[in-house]
Every structure is written in structure tokens, then in C-alpha cells.
Design a protein around this ligand. Structure first.
Ligand code: SAM
Length: 282
């Protein structure tokens, strides 16, 4: 950001920008002033301030607390849908899972992680696919973990309740009929699928590689896009430590490991782009 642009911005913007960058790695440039205004004003109003400027001057010198956390939560972008982008799920179903099932036949255990899971549709899409297409896994230990920075999102994901427009986005009608029950204006996913999953709050830029178990598949989609190159590198370095040598990672369509971490190699798979560790067995 040039000095002239920074000077033209309201002082509260710099405070908010630094707060989300330091705590959650989310980068907000000057073009995101409108986003800060739209999303942070409700936080200010909730806490009795008549402007963001008034709230920021009150909390500027306070230790990190509830309001700071609410500001960060408000600035996470939680866009997601069932079977988003389709091809990663196709690759998982047609190639990645059949191969992993063969290799893990002795241990009968599989671990899949949706890192930055938002309201949970990504991990539930995987759970639904496993139940529909891989009945043999019924007798395996299958660990499906969803994590996100946002406590609100983790609570939503764990509740497994979605509104009409959410179930209209990407979810096959046959799955809606078979696995969801209507609850007023909402739809509740059946316990038989919900209980396949575990949900935890996790900040990707804090150290976590010692607390996340080794993973066979990592979905790290549409989150690195918000981070600086340095923070992307830090996250990928941690993924490297938890991804099994023959495991695979999916990124979002606008994301890559190129120029960030050359220990990963990309390979095309059923129309999707997957990443694996170089030198890992395939
Ligand atoms: C656009 S959603 C992606 C959801 C899903 N992976 C998908 O592709 O549909 C991005 C998610 O990243 C989460 N996020 C942002 N910064 C994070 C951080 N530092 N650690 C963990 N999650 C973060 C947000 O809370 C948000 O739910």
C-alpha cells in the first residue's frame, strides 16, 4: 500500500487490517474498505458504538478480547457449497479413494481433513460420498475432521442444519431425500452421516502440525487465497508434516503450491488438480 493510499484511508482501517493479518493471516488491501465497513459496523452496533471509528478508539489499547475476536470472525469469508467445483470429489471417488483403500487394506483406517471447512458442506459431501459409493468402509475406522478459524462456522458445521438455498447448491436431490429431514424451514442431516465427522476450531497459522494426526487426504481449498505469500508458505510447511507420503492434497481453483513450496508436485486426476509430496510413494 503506498503512503498516499494509506493516508486517504480512515485510521480505523489500519487497526482492523493489522488485527486480521496478525491473528488470522487474512490480508485486506485498500480495496477492502467497503468490506470492513459493511461487516464490522454490525459488530460496533452490537457493542453499543455508533461507528467503527468509535469502537476502534475504545478497544485500541485493550488486551485482545471478545470484540477483537468478533471483528476477525466478521472478516472471514465463509462462501462454500456441497460438492463445490465437483472435480475434486470426482477424483476422490474414481481414483484417489480406490487406490488408498487398496493400500490401507491391512490397517483398515483412513483420515480425511477439511481444513478451513466453513459451515461444513465440504466434509459432509465427502461423508455422503463415502456412504453411497464405498460400503466396504463401513467396517473401517474412517476419521473425517473439519476445522476452521471461525467458532461460529464450527458450531454451524457441527449442527448439520442447512437452509433451503444451501441444500439447493450442489447437493444431489437423491441425497436430500435420503439423508436429510425437514425441520421447519431448515433441513437436518441424518445422524448416521453427522456422527461420521469431528469438528474443531483451528487457526492455520498457529502451530498445529503436532496436534493434527497424519492425514491421507487434505482439502485445503479457498483459504490460502486470503493469505500473504509468507503465511501460505508456513501453512504448506505444516501440511507437509501431516500429509502421509502417499496422501494427496486439494487446493482451490485459484490456488497453487508453485513458487511457494517445491516439495509438492501437482498431478492431474479425473479433471481435478491434486498435489502430492515429491518422492512420496504413489
Ligand atoms: C471461502 S471458505 C472455504 C470453505 C471450503 N474450504 C470451500 O472451499 O468451500 C474460507 C474459510 O477459511 C477460514 N479461515 C480464514 N482464515 C483462517 C485461518 N487463519 N485459519 C483457519 N481457517 C481460516 C474462514 O473462516 C472460512 O470459513
Amino acid at each position: 500500500m503506498t503512503a498516499a493510499v494509506a493516508e486517504a484511508l480512515p485510521a480505523y482501517f489500519d487497526f482492523v487490517r493489522r488485527l486480521v493479518a496478525e491473528r488470522a493471516a487474512i490480508v485486506l488491501d485498500a480495496t477492502k474498505l467497503y468490506l470492513v465497513d459493511a461487516r464490522v459496523m454490525p459488530v460496533a452496533a452490537r457493542h453499543g458504538f455508533d461507528s467503527i471509528a468509535a469502537m476502534v478508539s475504545a478497544i485500541r489499547s485493550r488486551p485482545f478480547g471478545l470484540i477483537h475476536e468478533e471483528i476477525i470472525e466478521a472478516l472471514t469469508t465463509n462462501e462454500t457449497s456441497f460438492f463445490r467445483d465437483v472435480t475434486p470429489f470426482e477424483a476422490l471417488k474414481k481414483t484417489i479413494l480406490p487406490e488408498l483403500i487398496q493400500k490401507r487394506g491391512a490397517q483398515r483406517e483412513l483420515s480425511i481433513w477439511s481444513a478451513a471447512c466453513s459451515s461444513g458442506q465440504e466434509l459432509y459431501s465427502i461423508a455422503l460420498m463415502l456412504r453411497e459409493s464405498f460400503p466396504t468402509l463401513g467396517s473401517w475406522k474412517v476419521n473425517l475432521l473439519g476445522t476452521d478459524y471461525s467458532t461460529q462456522m464450527i458450531e454451524r458445521a457441527a449442527s448439520a442444519v442447512y437452509n433451503q438455498s444451501e441444500v439447493n447448491r450442489g447437493l444431489p436431490a437423491s441425497y436430500l431425500v435420503k439423508y436429510f429431514q425437514r425441520q421447519g424451514l431448515q433441513w437436518r442431516l441424518s445422524d448416521s452421516i453427522r456422527t461420521m465427522t469431528t469438528w474443531r476450531r483451528l487457526n492455520l497459522i498457529e502451530p498445529w502440525s503436532s496436534v493434527v494426526a497424519p492425514m491421507d487426504v487434505v482439502f485445503l481449498r479457498n483459504v490460502l487465497i486470503y493469505f500473504s505469500p509468507d503465511d501460505k508458505k508456513k501453512v504448506l510447511a505444516q501440511v507437509r508434516k501431516v500429509l502421509r507420503p502417499d496422501g494427496c492434497m486439494f487446493l482451490g481453483g485459484a490456488e497453487t503450491t508453485m513458487k511457494l513450496d517445491d516439495s509438492f508436485e501437482r498431478f492431474p486426476c479425473d479433471g481435478a488438480v491434486c498435489y502430492r509430496l515429491k518422492g512420496g510413494c504413489t
